[in-house]
Design a protein around this ligand. Sequence first.
Ligand SMILES: *[C@@H]1O[C@H](CO)[C@@H](O)[C@H](O)[C@H]1NC(C)=O
Ligand SMILES: *[C@@H]1O[C@H](CO)[C@@H](O)[C@H](O)[C@H]1NC(C)=O
Ligand SMILES: *[C@@H]1O[C@H](CO)[C@@H](O)[C@H](O)[C@H]1NC(C)=O
Ligand SMILES: *[C@@H]1O[C@H](CO)[C@@H](O)[C@H](O)[C@H]1NC(C)=O
Ligand SMILES: *[C@@H]1O[C@H](CO)[C@@H](O)[C@H](O)[C@H]1NC(C)=O
Length: 446
Amino acid sequence: MDCIASSKKYKYSVLAGNIPAHDNRSLPQSVYHTSWSYGGFLNKILTRGIFLVTCIICFTSALTWINLVTVPDQPVCISRHDQEPKVNVTQICRSMDYRKSSRFLTNFKHILLWNAPDYAPFYYFGKGQRAFLQNNCSAINCYVTSKRKFFGADTTKFDAIAFNGRLLKTDDLPKNRTMYQKFIFFNMESADKYPVCNGIFDGFFNWTSTYRLNSDIPSPYLMVRNNTGQVIGPKADVGWENDFPEITEEYSWKLMKKSKAAAWFVSNCLTRSRREDYVKRLQDKLALYGHTVDVYGKCRPLKCPRQQKKLCNTRLETDYFFYLSLENSFAEDYVTEKLLTALQHDVVPIVYGGANYERFLPPGSYIDARKYNAADLAALMDRIIKTPKIYQQFFRWKSQLTYSDPSLVENVCELCKALNDQEKFQEKSVYDKFRMWWNPNYHNRC
Ligand SMILES: *[C@@H]1O[C@H](CO)[C@@H](O)[C@H](O)[C@H]1NC(C)=O
Ligand SMILES: *[C@@H]1O[C@H](CO)[C@@H](O)[C@H](O)[C@H]1NC(C)=O
Ligand SMILES: *[C@@H]1O[C@H](CO)[C@@H](O)[C@H](O)[C@H]1NC(C)=O
Ligand SMILES: *[C@@H]1O[C@H](CO)[C@@H](O)[C@H](O)[C@H]1NC(C)=O
Ligand SMILES: *[C@@H]1O[C@H](CO)[C@@H](O)[C@H](O)[C@H]1NC(C)=O
């Protein structure tokens, strides 16, 4: 309401201000006489000149505007600042004829986002070349569009067509395909929640890019690096170092200040994994030891608004021993950014999901809730809380490893890199039993 009222007021005040200015008659006559008395001819030329210049400016502006609005997928040409670009960006931008896409350089990889670009992970790819340039990818010669008519009506000209697994429709698939392009299945949501049911998709996809670690282009929610910056996981066999040094005394003092058992941040109250039931049981058992699980989020008493995420995370780090990182459904390798919250703050994750967590976390850094019933887990938590020496062990990896979110940079770059891998790209690859690969339980789920 306030906004409307004030905008109205603004409008009126502008109008009010304009009236006297237009109302020339209110000016004293003498002003007119003096201005006209200095050679009328010169003045006429001046007026016409100004009129002409204004026209030219208007016309050019209109043209520019029309051009901006109608040019499809204007390529973004941002120059790179690093040493030696693999591709000459200046050259690419100059030689691109924006309207005639047939004149694009042949070494460009064109990616068509078949489904709406505003769902993860598609929005990370942005438009055109932008994402690859901005992220300083090793391969930047990729071009993303969601316009199916980009090459006329011919979608066979794309090097890759990206399908978002959560939006698949059997009656909306490319009519034609060639053996030289890759149809790529993307999905960041769990296979349990989004199984693929229709047989049309067996033998349909050439590549996959999902959170599953055995995807052609793995796209995990988290990434772990060692001290020299090398990515060491997640992967099927990380080969974790098993001799992390003891934590420093300073660090142990910090951990000793904690006073509350566990926190759970949750926005989805009813889930396929029934995590809510497990938490209920755990809360009952923990109560026997005088501990609680503090539940923050949409459906629960304690609030942690998005704007205050930083504050909530600080509170998590200083107050809580454990953080519940419970997935909404069980699927292989389905480990989401929730876990990252725990790993990036000094709190021990209690995980609950369909993944083999050894692929994601160093041994001794977490508790896998699915290995315990609620009573045993409560007892274990109580024992750990009461024994600082044991609790500290959970943090030994911290001096050696760091976790980060790869979804904005690394996962985006991997797509372009994969398309540039000649050997991999040219090799024929088809997921004959795709439904089974994605969800081995699809028979029961569909
Ligand atoms: C990139 O291409 C432009 C235009 O063709 C040329 O002037 C420039 O020297 C090239 N730069 C490199 C590093 O090859
Ligand atoms: C890319 O490199 C530039 C210059 O080296 C740097 O400023 C920028 O932060 C980098 N971007 C990313 C996403 O790493
Ligand atoms: C598909 O290919 C056929 C045969 O080459 C052609 O006649 C048809 O126009 C193509 N359809 C589309 C939508 O490109
Ligand atoms: C990091 O990992 C790489 C590759 O596994 C290894 O060669 C390197 O020695 C590791 N660095 C440290 C500090 O552990
Ligand atoms: C992609 O899959 C199709 C359909 O199975 C197949 O005919 C084609 O050869 C595959 N293309 C590539 C490049 O792997």
